[in-house]
Ligand binder design. Structure first.
Ligand SMILES: Nc1ncnc2c1ncn2[C@@H]1O[C@H](COP(=O)(O)OP(=O)(O)OP(=O)(O)O)[C@@H](O)[C@H]1O
Ligand SMILES: [Mg+2]
Length: 266
């Protein structure tokens, strides 16, 4: 499978100390922070990204970032995928696809009853899940665990052609302590066994692969969840006690994940 690369932007110059030809350069990124609609977006993006990296979920890598001149304002930089030259279907585009589009690769797939239709792209979504069943299952189960109701319009992938390509999810900014606009309302929601109540990949994922993914999440050690969710300091608007609440909520959600997956995805 082709490796997902990130986009080098602008010019690079030789790194003066390097003896092996390293260069000083720039990587393109989408840079996000907290917002009044999403007071814990920065923390949630960061924590979700670290959880995803541990579990091997195909989400775009993101890192904490700041400008060297303003030392306090923390940002989250989602590294930009290098999409040039690749035929990537853009599910983040709100204007594409009403479910009846006549794309050749997408025509071949069947769309089962009960799929998620609210954002369009239905045939393309079915084609994507058919082509990348493992990755789709991984993303769907992960979203249910971290309480991400905002996966629709937040992934992309190469659908056309028989060869395998890349698939990736982006924007976990509406999960964890940011699944609602405030931290408290998010924690309330995370404690519920019936949240989230839908997913764009519902009815399109493979039960065996989802079961394996649930196993992977359930066997994730506490120390790894803690390392991803608890920092030594306030992160954006999120203070340490809230970070511990997020950690506890995720541990608790492990115990309900199997049932949630059965109800929402099948
Ligand atoms: N790392 C990335 N690589 C490529 N494209 C990206 C990346 N991050 C974001 N985008 C593009 O920018 C758009 C907006 O980014 P993002 O979804 O993270 O912002 P947002 O403020 O959460 O928006 P929304 O609330 O609409 O989801 C995405 O829908 C996607 O098209
Ligand atoms: Mg988005």
């Amino acid at each position: 499978m082709p490796i997902l690369c990130y986009e080098i932007s602008g010019d690079s110059s030789p790194n003066e100390r390097s003896t092996t030809g390293a260069e000083d350069g720039h990587i393109a990124a989408v840079i996000k922070g907290d917002h009044q609609e999403a007071s814990a977006q920065l923390y949630s993006e960061l924590a979700a990204n670290r959880l995803a990296m541990f579990l091997g979920i195909p989400v775009l890598v993101g890192v904490p970032a700041r400008r060297s001149i303003e030392s306090t304002a923390l940002r989250f930089a989602a590294l930009r995928a290098a999409e040039a030259g690749l035929d990537i279907y853009d599910f983040t585009d709100e204007d594409r696809g009403d479910g009846d589009e006549d794309e050749d690769a997408e025509d071949a797939v069947e769309v089962p009853e009960g799929v998620y239709r609210n954002t369009g792209h239905v045939r393309a979504m079915a084609a994507l899940c058919a082509k990348y069943p493992l990755e789709a299952a991984a993303i769907a189960v992960f979203d249910l665990w971290i309480g991400n109701e905002d996966r629709a319009l937040n992934f992309k992938g190469q659908i056309r052609g028989a060869d395998r390509g890349v698939i990736f999810a982006l924007d976990q900014g509406s999960s964890l302590l940011s699944c609602r606009s405030t931290v408290d309302s998010s924690i309330d929601l995370l404690s519920r066994q019936d949240y989230p109540s839908f997913h764009p990949f519902q009815k399109l994922v493979n039960a065996r692969y989802c079961g394996a993914m649930v196993e992977r999440v359930v066997s994730m050690p506490d120390w790894a969840i803690e390392a991803a969710t608890v920092y030594q300091d306030t992160v954006g608007n999120v203070i340490l006690p809230d970070q511990y609440q997020c950690y506890e909520a995720l541990r608790e959600r492990k115990t309900i994940l199997g049932g949630l997956v059965d109800r929402v995805l099948f």
